[in-house]
Design a protein around this ligand. Structure first.
Ligand code: SF4
Length: 349
């Protein structure tokens, strides 16, 4: 058994006191089958006490009833002891009583085939985000013999090539994203070139700005009158070049780490159905959306600080992972955009 993971995974230490137990709020915490069996095997009154904090709800996708842990009115997990930001269930019964999701978070683990796993971490945890993004040195990867997370996403069916080839392709892509001889923009172009032959095409700045404004509005579900839409578009168009130049001068390593983590953590180029280059279009466009949000934030704050950039990456990630259809607009754009139009709109300088 082999598990490939960025070296930061081993360095992670959860500390709810620092983040205010961020992951114990506003999430749907599913009680998996193994954990349900452990709860059921307890003697009363401990068993009833645990089940008092659970509910059965219908899963919107599968229409199957699933057990979830109740959240309090303020969205906090009903097992969280706010006096020390620790889980009362874990304190009383031990770590094995955590649900698979709670035990695994913020690790994201994929099973690629019988023997191969990939494990990384999501930026949704602020401590993990700091560890991943703040490193000046490029992210490195190691191989380990065991998987620590209990929540594992089966990915066998999504990989359409031998697993070794898939991993080699990912590592080749990551090497390109980490090649500091080139600007981030050039690295994205180089990345696209391993998946498709790019036609020579001029950057269409106007279409780039219009498309991103539309994707931004739709993704965030913002209701804007026509004049406000135009204002947003103009703000981005007028400030993009200057602000992004400043951002790249100061924070290129953070953006590189973000790209590398996204690529590995979401299992590109197989993250979404529809082929390698379709996935790469999604990957690049999602990054352009982050740039768009960065420009708007810098205008609003009159500056881009390290804290702002981390907070923004964190919130864009949160939106992509949690909002209804967070990626729908980007996926639609990628689906309906020819290679040439994609180069014109998303691979400019
Ligand atoms: S996993 Fe991350 S977000 Fe959750 S309590 Fe630990 S440090 Fe906080």
């Amino acid at each position: 058994m082999k598990c490939i993971e960025p070296s930061y995974v081993k360095k992670f230490r959860c500390d709810g006191k620092i983040c205010g137990a961020r992951c114990c709020r506003d999430w749907r915490i599913i009680v998996d089958e193994d954990t349900y069996d452990k709860y059921s095997a307890l003697k009363n009154p401990a068993r009833d006490e645990i089940f008092r904090h659970t509910d059965w709800v219908e899963d919107e996708i599968t229409n199957v009833d699933i057990m979830v842990i109740k959240l309090r009115k303020d969205g906090v997990c009903s097992f969280l002891d706010e006096s020390d930001c620790l889980c009362s269930l874990q304190k009383k019964h031990g770590e094995e009583f955590l649900t698979a999701i709670c035990q695994s978070f913020p690790r994201v683990t994929y099973q690629l085939d019988e023997n191969f796993f990939e494990q990384s971490m999501t930026l949704t945890c602020p401590l993990a985000a700091n560890l991943i993004l703040m490193s000046n040195a490029p992210i490195t990867f190691t191989e380990s013999e065991k998987v620590t997370a209990r929540a594992i996403i089966g990915f066998k069916k999504k990989i359409t090539r031998p697993v070794e080839d898939f991993i080699n392709l990912q590592m080749q892509a990551i090497q390109i994203l980490q090649d500091r001889n080139f600007s981030i923009n050039q690295r994205l172009k180089n990345l696209c070139e391993i998946f498709a032959e790019l036609p020579p095409a001029e950057f269409d700045f106007k279409r780039h700005c219009e498309t991103l404004t539309e994707i931004f509005i739709q993704t965030y579900g913002v209701e804007l009158a026509q004049d406000k839409k135009l204002e947003l578009l103009q703000n981005y168009s007028f400030n993009r070049e200057k602000i992004l130049a400043q951002v790249y001068e100061k924070f290129s390593n953070i953006l590189e780490n973000y790209l590398v983590n996204e690529f590995f953590m979401r299992c590109y180029p197989c993250a979404y159905s529809g082929g390698d280059f379709h996935n790469i279009k999604i990957f690049v466009t999602a990054f352009r959306l982050l740039e768009f949000a960065l420009v708007l934030t810098a205008i609003a704050k009159k500056n881009v600080s390290l804290e702002e950039i981390i907070r923004l990456i964190y919130s864009v990630n949160d939106m992509i992972d949690h909002s209804q259809g967070g990626m729908e607009e980007i996926i639609d754009f990628a689906k309906n955009c020819s290679v040439e139009n994609f180069v014109r709109q998303m691979l400019g300088v």
